[in-house]
Ligand binder design. Structure first.
Ligand code: APR
Length: 229
């Protein structure tokens, strides 16, 4: 028998218990910066060195972090289900926990690319500074989707959500589009679960179970609920 398909949309909240800060839990500030001051093409134009430093610091934070019980629980679900993770996170904690099918909607912290040619992408774990160049001679920038930039991966994510048998949302405030809009593509009748410390807007979502708990506990509850079905 083929496995049921679980699609999980994750946000910063799933990595919070690994020590990585969320975006909107501390006055809209992130590591002391307003996200809009560093994660936009405007910021890159104005002060690329500052933007590179910001991401160098974030890369270090991710290197020091470990997957938590929520990442690991989702990876274990693969034993019984066909699981696809659609994450807004740029960390690699789902990968390190052992999840196999992962779509990064907003890019990855361990990838850099040419600032002009999106196809020139490199795996990089070290600090990057002004003057570090891609093969085309252009400055390397983070391979991350900034505010005001298109989100090409959404085109792969929509059909995945449309094909779900079970849909799960973990640790996202559902305020950033188009990612937040994926919730509306989950087939109407399938079971849906939302796990968050503070449940975000789900008023127009049909057949939803809200699990208002930290991700590590919430995922354990989800696993129990799925077993009992
Ligand atoms: N367990 C579960 N949920 C948590 C936890 C936790 N331990 N800690 C915080 N949360 C929840 C918050 O209640 C909130 O709903 O995680 C969510 C974090 O929301 P945001 O900070 O807005 O993060 P996210 O939704 O991932 O942001 C989306 O915005 O800045 C951009 O590109 C960036 O991908 C990011 C996007």
């Amino acid at each position: 028998m083929s496995k049921k398909k679980i699609v999980v949309l994750t946000g910063a909240g799933i990595s919070a218990e690994s020590g990585l800060k969320t975006f909107r839990d501390s006055d809209g500030l992130w590591e002391g910066y307003k996200v809009t001051d560093v994660a936009t093409p405007r910021a890159w134009k104005k002060d690329p060195a500052m933007v590179l430093d910001f991401y160098n610091q974030r890369r270090k934070n991710v290197l020091e972090a470990q997957p938590n019980a929520a990442h690991i629980g989702l990876a274990k679900l693969q034993d019984d289900f066909d699981v696809t993770i659609i994450t807004q996170n740029i960390d690699d904690l789902h990968e390190r926990a052992g999840s196999k099918k992962i779509l990064h909607l907003h890019g990855e912290i361990f990838k850099m690319r040419s600032e002009f040619d999106e196809s020139l992408v490199y795996d990089i774990r070290d600090d990057i500074k002004l003057g570090d160049k891609a093969e085309d001679g252009a400055q390397l920038r983070p391979n991350i989707v900034w505010f005001e930039e298109p989100v090409p991966m959404i085109q792969l994510a929509v059909p995945v959500v449309l094909s779900a048998d079970i849909f799960v949302v973990v640790g996202t405030s559902l305020v950033v589009y188009p990612a937040a809009g994926l919730v509306d593509y989950a087939p109407m009748d399938i079971p849906k679960y939302v796990i968050d410390k503070v449940i975000p807007r789900t008023d127009n979502v049909y057949n939803v179970t809200n699990i208002e708990k930290p991700a590590t506990q919430g995922i354990q509850d989800l696993i129990e609920l799925l077993k009992s079905q």
